[in-house]
Design a protein around this ligand. Structure first.
Ligand code: DHB
Length: 400
């Protein structure tokens, strides 16, 4: 009897204990999953890793890898997990990926954005979900006005174009033809170059444009030849400079005495080394040169090249500083995202490989030095050598 009841008892007890044990184990497992999730913050990076803007994706991805290696992938006491997605430069894809990263992956921030239309397509998602969105590449002035959750670590075309317009007017150039890619940053480059050049008594003979996708430079270069300006001013997005430069040389515009001036997107460090002597002497203005002679930049370039085996360009620096901006914000919020992270990133200032930068707390746009540079050969390679600087330039596009 006793044995039986004892058996029943012990059997019940055993069952009970087993259940408790299973629950305890499950609770422990759940607890550790929760702990692990709490210890990790995810950052969603959307880049054109394929398609015509793939060099932008490759440069920014490489810079993020460098930041991860240097920081140990940690910020604000949390492990940082970077989710890199390829939008191939297609805005509908960027929007879908951003939605998935916010809803499914619960990222604390979105970052990347290789072209203006890709950043603009994502702005409503940042606004609706209150997710900070760090623009590391795209450079149309108005992007930061598309959502109060956007910050920028790249540059704006008005910042870059005003510098070269000033230089041209002071250096005997009186008649210019402009040539820009026919979309947001091209509109900005054309307008801000012309406005400043006219203010300094220059003359713009003609304003030419090429399409963003698969541009053919032959017809516009013929028009430039016929117009006989002192100089041609050019903005083209990163990745198009080498092809343009080749055709400029092949059509003999340099030999016809037409000076080439540009934003630094055209003499892009990603392609400059292979552009050949036609690029020699091209004066341009921009926020970053791999030849910037600061100790911080020398360290950045050396470590970037050791890790990635190619030269960093301005896109890489936008990506690198974007990671540093997010990490500095996470340090302050102890890993929290949303409005707290947004507030923590506004007003940040630190030394970038390009020089000191500030994220303006009002506009959320970058304030930085703009350099005038000339393409020169050093040790058999081409570089943008800085010879003048405008300090702490705010985006002229926001000073209306
Ligand atoms: C943009 C893209 C570029 O590659 C560049 O050099 C400048 C601006 C843009 O789409 O905003």
């Amino acid at each position: 009897d006793r044995d039986w009841s004892s058996d029943v008892c012990s059997s019940d007890l055993r069952h009970h204990l087993l259940t408790l044990g299973t629950l305890a184990a499950a609770a422990l497992a759940l607890g550790s999953v929760a702990a692990r999730a709490e210890d990790t913050v995810k950052i969603g990076i959307i880049l054109p890793m394929t398609g015509p803007s793939a060099s932008t994706g490759r440069q920014i991805d490489a810079a993020i890898k460098l930041w991860m290696a240097q920081s140990g992938g940690k910020a604000g006491g949390k492990k940082v997990e970077v989710l890199v997605k390829d939008d191939a430069g297609v805005a509908d894809t960027t929007r879908r990926l951003a939605q998935e990263l916010v809803v499914n992956d619960k990222v604390v921030a979105l970052a990347g954005f290789g072209l203006t239309p890709l950043a603009l397509a994502t702005a409503p998602i940042a606004t609706q979900s209150k997710t900070p969105m760090v623009v590391m590449a795209a450079a149309t002035s108005s992007i930061t006005e598309a959502s109060p959750y956007i910050l920028r670590t790249s540059f704006t075309l008005p910042q870059a174009a005003v510098g070269i317009a000033e230089w041209a007017a002071k250096n005997g150039i009186k008649k210019v033809v402009t040539l820009v890619a026919d979309y947001g940053p091209g509109n900005d480059a054309e307008k801000y170059f012309a406005d400043r050049f006219l203010l300094n008594s220059g003359q713009v003979l003609e304003k030419l444009r090429t399409p963003l996708r698969s541009p053919d430079f032959a017809p516009v270069l013929q028009k430039v030849r016929d117009a006989k300006p002192d100089a041609l001013f050019v903005f083209l997005p990163s990745g198009q400079g080498a092809q343009f430069m080749k055709q400029f040389g092949e059509r003999g515009l340099d030999k016809a005495g037409i000076k080439l001036i540009a934003t630094g997107d055209v003499t892009d460090d990603d392609q400059l080394a292979d552009m050949g002597d036609v690029a020699l002497g091209v004066v341009n203005s921009h926020h970053y040169s791999a030849a910037h002679p600061s100790p911080a930049n020398k360290k950045f370039v050396a470590e970037f090249e050791a890790l990635n085996k190619f030269r960093p360009n301005f896109m890489a620096v936008g990506g690198y500083d974007g990671m540093r901006l997010i990490a500095k914000g996470l340090e302050q919020t102890k890993g929290a995202g949303g409005q707290a992270l947004m507030d923590a990133m506004k007003g940040q200032t630190f030394e970038s490989p390009r020089g000191n930068i500030l994220i303006d707390a009002q506009t959320r746009d970058i304030v930085q030095d703009i350099y005038t540079r000339k393409v020169e050969k050093k040790d058999g390679q081409l570089w943008n050598i800085e010879f003048d600087v405008q300090k702490s330039v705010k985006d002229p596009g926001k000073q209306k």
